[in-house]
Design a protein. Structure first.
Length: 362
């Protein structure tokens, strides 16, 4: 059975895992030490979903097998298998107690897709019998290049030790592998002493010793603001005229919040929902604007979440308009929501630019 795994599926897998990462609470990054000693680059990233479960992604690239010929004084490489593999993994940490995963003993389920290339430049094995019968006839060298792939489903057992921000983790894994070299090929020309089998433990199993570090859990941030910029309700502002709201402000007890996000390059791909108390009132992305009316005066909490929750609490007075500018600031994995109340004149100019851009797109 030939294993097919297109670049499209790999891209979808990466997008899916990255989107999950964006909402995780704890991040650990590691590198396999034995792999590095044997010309293998093997980084991994793991994120907690809750107290006991994590999701992770492993990548591996390098040399998986090689062979040489010659004597004690001189060796020539004639065989090599190199390639890469990608491996998503889900783990369960049963003994976390009061500490959030990933710490301590873990059991995991993983899927690994690998893509490999085999090269052989030694003597043509199909001519070896003729050379044996006629020792004076040296068999010609072959030039064999074969591509192959594997698909592995397996389980892993590991134990992650934490020393402050650093981690040390021994891990073993084993599973069932389906894979083969592409056909037709000239693998019959390869000396069986060197020929590698894609169903061996090296392609289905795992023996790792990881060193790495972890990022601390992102903490929710709630800021209490004593005084925020505001303006009196007016019906003749340029913004209200543009919106056709010139008759609404006759009731001086109404409260409006103008929520907007300017068009900025920073954090362009990061969107988030904005909540007032427990109700989602706006979806924040570049070049957007929305006006929200509060039912009554008092204290409200405005919050949004990507990696963690960012929130502010403030008192809102009747008969006032408030202007909330929403942006993005740097985080550990993705950007964090950022918002601030600004003066009416500054905000109205920025909102008018947003409206102008929206109209130009129509």
């Amino acid at each position: 059975m030939k294993v097919a795994f297109s670049k499209r599926y790999i891209l979808l897998l990466l997008i899916s895992i990255t989107s999950t990462i964006a909402y995780s609470q704890y991040t650990a990054i590691g590198f396999d030490v034995p792999g590095a000693l044997f010309s293998r680059f093997h980084p991994s990233i793991e994120h907690s979903l809750n107290k006991n479960f994590t999701i992770g992604l492993n990548y591996d690239r390098g040399i998986y097998a090689e062979g040489t010929t010659g004597d004690f004084s001189s060796q020539t490489k004639i065989y090599e298998v190199n390639g890469w593999s990608i491996m998503p993994e889900v783990r369960y940490y049963p003994f976390t107690q009061k500490k959030i995963a990933p710490r301590g003993f873990s059991m995991g389920l993983y899927y690994r897709y690998g893509s490999y290339r085999e090269t052989y430049t030694g003597e043509d094995y199909t001519q070896a019998s003729q050379a044996f019968q006629n020792p004076g006839n040296q068999p010609p060298n072959a030039n064999v290049i074969t591509d192959g792939s594997t698909s592995v489903f397996g389980i892993s057992l590991g134990y992650k030790l934490n020393f402050g921000p650093f981690i040390l983790e021994p891990l073993v894994g084993f599973g069932t592998v389906a894979g083969e070299w592409s056909t037709p090929n000239d693998r019959n020309k390869i000396d069986p002493f060197f020929k590698d089998d894609l169903s061996s433990f090296g392609y289905s199993g795992r023996i790792e010793l990881k060193l790495g570090f972890h990022f601390p859990q992102m903490k929710d941030k709630i800021q209490i603001i004593e005084d925020i910029p505001s303006s009196e309700l007016e019906s003749n502002t340029l913004l209200n005229m543009k919106l056709g709201k010139t008759e609404e402000h006759e009731d001086t007890n109404r409260i409006f919040i103008y929520i907007y996000r300017p068009n900025k390059l920073k954090g362009l791909a990061i969107h988030y929902e904005l909540d007032i108390n427990d109700t989602t009132v706006a979806y924040i992305k570049n070049n957007t604007f929305k006006r929200v009316e509060l039912k009554e005066a008092g204290e409200y909490q405005i919050s949004a979440k990507t990696e963690s929750i960012n929130a502010i609490k403030a008192n809102f007075e009747a008969g006032k308009s408030y202007y909330l500018r929403c942006t993005v600031k740097f985080g550990v994995i993705v950007g964090l929501p950022k918002f601030e109340f600004v003066d009416a004149q500054i905000a109205e100019n920025e909102i008018l630019k947003i409206i102008e851009r929206q109209e130009n797109k129509k």
